[in-house]
Design a protein. Sequence first.
Length: 118
Amino acid sequence: QVQLVESGGGLVQPGGSLRLSCTASTIIFSFYVFSWYRQAPGKQRELVAAITSGGSTNYADFVKGRFTISRDNAKNTVYLQSNSLKPEDTAVYYCNAGGTLWGDGPYWGQGTQVTVSS
């Protein structure tokens, strides 16, 4: 069983930045593809970004150039640096593990709320 714990969400003004973190409780962290998904009220969960063990990435078009996904295998942690945030980025952001660059895996975190508002 893989446990994922997200942190770093909060309230930020439009144009601001946040860095989300996801720490995994697994000794085989380095083998997994990790992803960030988000779900806004009344909308389906959607892929934001994903990263392989080798560092290959995939980004949704709506975050390209603004968000960066990265990982630190020594710390079992995946990050999502979110810049130039917009009100439409408001959502619960979830960490996911065990999938592919384009689809989710079986392991989910509890989610962290990101609210972009003035």
